[in-house]
Write a protein that binds this ligand. Structure first.
Ligand code: ZN
Length: 90
């Protein structure tokens, strides 16, 4: 088992390794479920659809070199993101 695991954002899948990568609740406290990019001011203010999240993440992650191209990134994210808590509930 890999013990070097970090909490991952339950919206975009980003690993959160440092305190400043965690999202914030609307009262300014740390939110342990989401990253600062997805959740800067409380989960109740989070916007966007799964399709938008896939498009945004595909672009960023391809630029980061995580995928060979954006098309591959979209395919992978379309399979992965729906397993995260934000998108799981019907
Ligand atoms: Zn996120």
């Amino acid at each position: 088992m890999n013990t070097e695991t970090f909490p991952i954002c339950q919206s975009c899948g980003m690993p959160m390794r440092q305190d400043d990568q965690f999202g914030k609740n609307s009262d300014g406290t740390k939110n342990g479920d989401y990253c600062i990019y997805c959740c800067p001011n409380g989960p109740e203010h989070m916007e966007g659809t799964l399709e938008e999240m896939i498009a945004v993440c595909a672009k960023i992650e391809t630029q980061m070199g995580l995928h060979p191209d954006e098309e591959t990134a979209r395919t992978r994210l379309a399979q992965y993101l729906p397993t995260l808590a934000r998108w799981k509930k019907a």
